[in-house]
Design a protein around this ligand. Structure first.
Ligand code: ARG
Length: 460
């Protein structure tokens, strides 16, 4: 193989096949093509504005890059392994299109600042897509919450019936989580929005470049202050991956719940045909595969975070080729997260709730025992610990008689605490239990309606 045209000046022969295989990144960094073109456009325009290259060359570079963008958009751009990576593919193609002037584009820059710039632009967009995905998911949850302000379901702790809640309240909990996920993506996008371009290989450049100009043209807030940091930092990608891993784990929690609720053993929801799969042997099946796959994608996304964090750990300044391994985890996590958000939004939007099944389940397990204790505190002045013990005995009695708490006769209750009156039955049904939880953030329909109003305004 002949020596590399871009960097092989001092080499008498080209890389071995194995060297090329381990070194080439074009198979995956082709996804940076648009960002690479944008970076080159900004750089060339700045070089001309500073008189570092002449106007005619800059114009021909701009025209060539415009053609390349069209080729990328239409799928006709010839990505070639012999040119290693996206940067050299674009530059080589530019040389084919415009000739010698293409050789002026790489003045005052390096692939090191180039790739750092490209990836920042890509991750900035990925943060935007994650935000869109999360917003779609939140809107689907909000629509369900509005439908189910008064739909009672069991609220669990330890997966044991705890206190009744509403399905609307449950949905709103996930909207809150998604909002914090969006906050993390917004923070990451804000912090990463500085331009490495012009840092060159690591030390800056001898040319009188204008880093402010390229930064602002690419939508960055400012140039990065330190050239060594600029070419070697990837913590911005780690932040994106960390935020993605947390978001995925939040999605996975709801995926798990959907998976349980859709099982006939719960029977709380029915997933639409569009989000169910059948079995080739068991004709009755409606499997929640999408929920299972969202749950599983968390592994891939967290894996991407761990992969890149491990690459970064112990890397000396400045650029090392290890950094080429930053892209695949970022792309893989972003793809998986975008798909997970879409699948979750689709499932949530279209699932139907079996309110009667939820209610039956909510009545099981004596979920109003706390209400009985609270009644004793409020109406008989009983200390809470003592009231708790009385309510526990009432549960044991009801269980022995095979009754729910609100059907336990007053005579039985009075045996446990003579101060109990018929008034207590007002608090022992699941409806009154839910309605009474009016504290800020509580599950009462009154409070849930307030939360819905807040989110309707916020997610407009
Ligand atoms: N493909 C390389 C990467 O992704 C581009 C930077 C190469 N720089 C270098 N000094 N070899 O990191």
């Amino acid at each position: 193989m002949t020596a590399n045209k871009m960097w092989g000046g001092r080499f008498s022969r080209g890389p071995s096949a194995i060297m090329a295989e381990i070194n080439n990144s074009i198979d995956f960094d082709k996804r940076l093509a648009r960002e690479d073109i944008a970076g080159s456009e900004a750089h060339a325009a700045m070089l001309a504005a500073r008189g570092i290259i002449d106007k005619a060359d800059a114009d021909s570079i701009a025209a060539g890059l415009a053609t390349i963008r069209k080729e990328v958009d239409s799928g006709s751009f010839p990505f070639r392994g012999e040119f290693e990576d996206i940067h050299m593919n674009v530059e080589s193609r530019l040389a084919e299109l415009i000739g010698a002037a293409a050789g002026r584009l790489h003045t005052a820059r390096s692939r090191n600042d180039q790739v750092a710039t490209d990836l920042r632009l890509w991750v900035r967009d990925a943060c935007g897509r994650a935000d869109e995905g999360a917003l779609g998911f939140q809107r689907a949850l909000l629509a369900q919450a509005e439908r189910h302000v008064e739909t009672i379901m069991p609220g669990f702790t330890h997966m044991q019936p705890a206190q009744p809640v509403t399905f609307g309240h449950h949905c709103l909990a996930y909207i809150e989580m998604a909002e914090r996920d969006r906050g993390r993506f917004a923070d990451a996008a804000k912090r990463l929005n500085e331009s490495p371009l012009g840092a060159a290989a690591l030390a800056g450049t001898t040319y009188a470049i204008d880093r402010e100009a390229t930064a602002s043209r690419l939508g960055f807030d400012r140039p990065m202050r330190n050239s060594m940091d600029a070419v070697s930092a990837r913590d911005f990608a780690l932040e994106f991956l960390g935020a993605s891993a947390i978001a995925a784990s939040n999605l996975s929690r709801l995926a798990e719940e959907i998976f349980l609720w859709a099982s006939p053993a719960f029977g709380f929801i029915r997933l639409p045909d569009a989000f169910s799969t059948g079995s080739s042997i068991m004709p009755q099946k409606r499997n929640p595969d999408a929920a299972e796959l969202v749950r599983a994608k968390t592994g891939r996304i967290l894996g991407a975070f761990v992969t890149l964090l491990t690459v970064m750990k112990g890397l000396p300044l400045a650029y090392c080729k290890d950094l080429q391994e930053d892209k695949e985890p970022v792309f893989a996590a972003s793809d998986a997260l975008d798909l997970a958000y879409a699948a979750m939004a689709g499932m949530v939007a279209e699932l139907t709730v079996d309110a009667a099944a939820m209610k039956r389940a909510a009545e099981k397990g004596y979920p109003t025992a706390t209400d009985l204790a609270d009644w004793l505190v409020a109406h008989a002045g009983t200390p809470f610990r003592e009231a708790h013990a009385i309510a526990a005995k009432a549960v044991a009695k009801a269980e022995a008689l095979g009754l729910t708490l609100d059907k336990l006769p007053l005579t039985e209750l009075k045996k446990l605490a003579p101060e109990i009156t018929g008034d207590v039955y007002k608090v022992l049904s699941i409806e009154t239990s839910v309605a009474a939880r009016k504290s800020y953030g509580g599950t009462s329909p009154e409070r849930v309606r307030e939360q819905i109003a807040f989110w309707k305004d916020r997610l407009k």
